[in-house]
Design a protein around this ligand. Structure first.
Ligand SMILES: N[C@@H](CCC(=O)N[C@@H](CS)C(=O)NCC(=O)O)C(=O)O
Length: 298
């Protein structure tokens, strides 16, 4: 009998803190802050609190794209939220995102600060604020928003479903891996068919739909997400491969994916971003990385 079939749910679910999953230490069945901690605030109009996971990269790519177009109002301070250490449960972070997940944005350009949480909402907020990467004609706008919403609904099946059971669960279980592998392959086929007929997701122009989708499904296409490239036969999705490579060449994408990256190759990391020149100097980055290593070992 399989492990899943042997499990009989109790009458009332209770929280088993040591469930063995990779992120069991930060998963909780309750919301709200666990500790008092103010967020730092820099000098730019936009304050971003994030981490370079696929959800975080969506926003840093958008900000770098806006800056590349000359929108100086898109200058931003990007502060690191270490979700492994529970920074998302600090009172300051919870005040701008009651859902305690990165990314979160504080737009301080107007008379009153505006908080924006959910990566899709942040992309739309920035697109509307600067009049870029979201078509304004009703048809193209609807197409773009449809793909943005598709991504926001689809990605949790990839991350929380497939990724969780394939890479993070304490043991490999056939039923959930099979169920989510099927769904993720279906999603890749949805993208592949769309990208066979259209250069970008929303049409001939690169938009926030591509920025939202590329960090997830582009990474999946390259086999770097959950080391599942062979398992899911990702090289079969030729049009997704073409689109992934095309977007990866964009200078703003190369910069955006580095911001708030606190893992992987040190050369790919810019732990905090406060100035465009930070990409070149990375001096403060090295200081922060050394400090983080020191804290981790103490
Ligand atoms: N729907 C949210 C999802 C954000 C999300 O899941 N963020 C993850 C990192 S990719 C997180 O902060 N996790 C911390 C936690 O769950 O405690 C969005 O798109 O902004």
């Amino acid at each position: 009998m399989s492990e899943a079939a042997a499990y009989v749910p109790p009458t009332v679910w209770t929280w088993n803190k040591e469930n063995g999953g990779r992120f069991a230490n930060i998963n909780r069945p309750i919301a709200g802050a666990t500790h008092d901690k103010d967020l730092p605030v820099g000098r730019h109009p936009l304050q971003l609190y994030s981490l370079a996971t696929p959800n975080g990269v969506k926003v840093t790519v958008m900000l770098e794209e806006l800056l590349a177009l000359g929108h100086t109002g898109a200058e931003y301070d990007a502060w690191l939220i270490n979700i492994g250490a529970g920074d998302q449960f600090g009172s300051g972070f919870v005040a701008i995102n009651p859902n305690s997940k990165i990314p979160a944005l504080l737009d301080r350009s107007g008379p009153e600060p505006i908080r924006v949480f959910e990566s899709g909402a942040i992309l739309v907020h920035l697109a509307e604020k600067f009049g870029e990467f979201l078509p304004t004609a009703p048809g193209p706008r609807a197409e773009c928003m449809s793909w943005v919403m598709w991504l926001m609904g689809a990605a949790p099946f990839l991350g929380g479903g497939f990724g969780h059971f394939y890479a993070y669960a304490p043991s490999k279980m056939e039923y959930p891996i099979d169920r989510y592998a099927m769904e993720v392959k279906r999603q890749m086929d949805v993208l592949d068919r769309r990208l066979a007929e259209s250069e970008y997701l929303a049409g001939p122009e690169y938009t926030i739909a591509d920025m939202a989708t590329w960090p997830w499904y582009g990474a999946l296409a390259k086999g770097v997400l959950y080391e599942s490239g062979t398992f899911l036969s990702v090289s079969d999705y030729k049009h997704v491969q073409r689109w992934t490579d095309q977007i990866a060449q964009r200078p703003a994408v190369k910069r955006g994916r580095m911001v708030n990256r606190a893992f992987g190759d040190p050369a790919s990391q810019l732990i905090e971003r406060h100035e465009a020149s930070d990409f070149e100097t990375k001096t403060q980055d090295k200081v922060l990385a050394a400090k983080a290593a020191e804290e981790a070992s103490s």
